[in-house]
Design a protein around this ligand. Sequence first.
Ligand SMILES: Nc1ncnc2c1ncn2[C@@H]1O[C@H](COP(=O)(O)OP(=O)(O)OP(=O)(O)O)[C@@H](O)[C@H]1O
Ligand SMILES: [Mg+2]
Length: 248
Amino acid sequence: MVSIIPRDQLKRHMILPAKTETHLLSIEKEFVAKERLNRYNLAPKQKILLYGPPGCGKTLSAERIAWNLGLPLLKVRFDSLLSSYFGESASNLREVFDYCKREPVVLLLDECDFIAKSRVSIHDVGEVPRIVNMLLTLLDEYEAPGLVIATTNLKIALDEALFRRFDDVLEIPIPEISERVRLIEMTLSAMPVSPDVNYQDLANNMDGCSSANVVLTVQRAAKICVMNGSKNINSAHFEQALSEMTKF
Ligand SMILES: Nc1ncnc2c1ncn2[C@@H]1O[C@H](COP(=O)(O)OP(=O)(O)OP(=O)(O)O)[C@@H](O)[C@H]1O
Ligand SMILES: [Mg+2]
């Protein structure tokens, strides 16, 4: 339900559009400048909501923020939290937030898609409205030495009440062609590449793919190369990897 990822195990290399990268950097810089801001009665952004399509780096962004700030990541899985014993999920969530008051961590509320659904069902009985209400209270009361980052796949149809409780709401978008080229370069950084490989064409062929898909396809091509005993990765390896990708 809750796991702590120590800083040295966090992933941190990611490719983002310049605007998104600048936005994430500004969150990190404010946090580092906390004391300077406090002197002027200002506070850094501490409650962040990341949204966007699957596999484009929401969880990775949280890891990277934690790494850059030198903090461990405390990850809460809402699916398992919600399936905990009836009535216990809200108090479990409170315990997690209590821990964060004492320890400087990045608290990641991962895949909490239910928060993007309107609270129309608030009068329902059951765990979801209970936990949404608890989350509202906990975010209101949040005063901690670290950060809290929530992620959701769903487009913001966010309840206004919940929306207001975040200091910043940021989209992690699907990669455009230039990001796909950089993702290919990043994934191939340790591979010898044949001159017949054209990154631009490859990136064009992966139009509409998530970042995760681009990385996986390139890794698949790299594996084909290694398993074939080839001395460098060539366009035929990519063709095979791309054709396998379309099967899924
Ligand atoms: N922007 C990115 N730059 C580099 N690698 C990425 C990026 N986005 C995703 N990846 C790769 O894909 C993997 C999955 O990404 P991640 O878990 O962050 O996606 P997500 O947005 O949280 O998806 P989901 O909505 O399914 O939880 C990462 O571990 C990484 O290998
Ligand atoms: Mg994720």
